[in-house]
Write a new protein. Structure first.
Length: 54
């Protein structure tokens, strides 16, 4: 469950269930999308070691 806005995203950190068994977010964090974009190039080889194949 992620809610995305123009510049932020809301990510739940703890869930609970209501009386009908639906998942509810009991706690959440707001993340600035600029921080997420900074990690978007992690597939590049920056440290000289090749990536392990899964």
């Amino acid at each position: 469950m992620v809610i995305v806005g123009p510049s932020t995203a809301v990510l739940p950190t703890r869930f609970t269930k209501d009386d009908e068994g639906n998942r509810l977010a009991a706690r959440w964090r707001t993340i600035d999308l600029v921080h997420i974009v900074q990690f978007s190039d992690l597939d590049d080889k920056d440290n000289g070691r090749p990536r392990r194949k899964a």
